[in-house]
Write a protein that binds this ligand. Sequence first.
Ligand SMILES: [Fe+2]
Length: 135
Amino acid sequence: MSKLEWSDSYSVGVPRLDAQHKVLIRIINQLEEERRTGGLIVAVFAELRRYVKEHFRDEEVMLEAAGYADLEEHKVGHRQFEEWLTSIEMVYNSGGASAYYIAESVHEFLKDWLITHILAKDMAYKETLTATVAR
Ligand SMILES: [Fe+2]
């Protein structure tokens, strides 16, 4: 599979958030590489945890400050992502599925998240944020 590449059309207009979204693309590519080579995905989980903690917090703080109308609904999507991450980590830690299968399903989930969340739900706040936050 070809590597995912950042495109300017993915920009939500806030450099800090764009930089964090680029990190996710890097993690997705890293997972694909580890799935192919049978590498360790445990490091990817740690990175994902760190990523969501910082990124969701930053996004929510900015949306709150901007008075974004759909913030509560947006937060629900973030909480669902965190729940998914906790459950897939539990499956991984319990040895209930092969590392290959886990890497594949995490990879699929993140690609889907990129399309359904970042390119749709995050894009929906672009106008509100760029009008009110100059960061
Ligand atoms: Fe978001």
